[in-house]
Design a protein around this ligand. Structure first.
Ligand code: APR
Length: 178
């Protein structure tokens, strides 16, 4: 199984064991991918989230997936972009690391991520993709679980940026490039 892939799709239809929700600290739902995941999972997800007491930016909490194909949802509030000098990169990296750590602790084998913070929270995509890929690839290099991680991009344009960043840093054949 390829350990990492970038795909285009709707994360609410993912068959991964766990999907990640780009949440807000209240964990009480929202719009964007948060709203889509809650709509697809059904009201039981919100009921479980109510009992979690929120989640700090950069941390992650696990719930069941209910009506989703995914067995679990890893909820993580990403940082709101404020220019990049108020700790946003470290907080975004912490989102990815917290989700991967929680997944490994629960023996979860496959995890799908959305592009955290790059929608309503305004994180510029190239910078976010660089942080996301560095964190994911670094974690996979040091851990056996998850066995597979995917970045599920909602549009081809988002995927193109992730693929560009991936090829810049991680493509095997990079030394064959001019
Ligand atoms: N599948 C995959 N990706 C999706 C989907 C989907 N169904 N819907 C949206 N996305 C993508 C967006 O295109 C964007 O690339 O998820 C990425 C994150 O965008 P947002 O959902 O806006 O999340 P974020 O930028 O982290 O802002 C979080 O928005 O929904 C609220 O409650 C949430 O307050 C929080 C804020």
């Amino acid at each position: 199984m390829e350990r990492f892939a970038i795909i285009v799709g709707d994360i609410t239809r993912s068959g991964a064991e766990a999907i990640v929700n780009a949440a807000n600290p209240s964990l009480l739902g929202g719009s964007g991918v948060d709203g889509a995941i809650h709509r697809a999972a059904g009201p039981a997800l919100l009921a479980e989230c109510r009992g979690l007491g929120g989640c700090e930016t950069g941390r992650a909490k696990l719930t069941h997936g209910y009506n989703l194909r995914a067995k679990y949802v890893l909820h993580t509030p990403g940082p709101i972009w404020q220019g990049g000098h108020l700790g946003e990169p470290a907080l975004l990296a912490s989102c990815y690391r917290s989700c991967l750590t929680l997944a490994a602790e629960h023996g979860i084998r496959t995890v799908d991520f959305p592009s955290i913070s790059t929608g309503i929270y305004g994180y510029p995509l190239p910078q976010a993709a660089t942080v996301a890929l560095r964190t994911i690839m670094g974690f996979l290099a040091e851990h056996d679980l998850p066995e597979r991680v995917r970045m599920v991009c909602h549009s081809e344009s988002t995927a193109a940026v992730y693929r560009q960043v991936f090829n810049l840093w991680y493509a095997e054949d990079k030394d064959s490039r001019l």
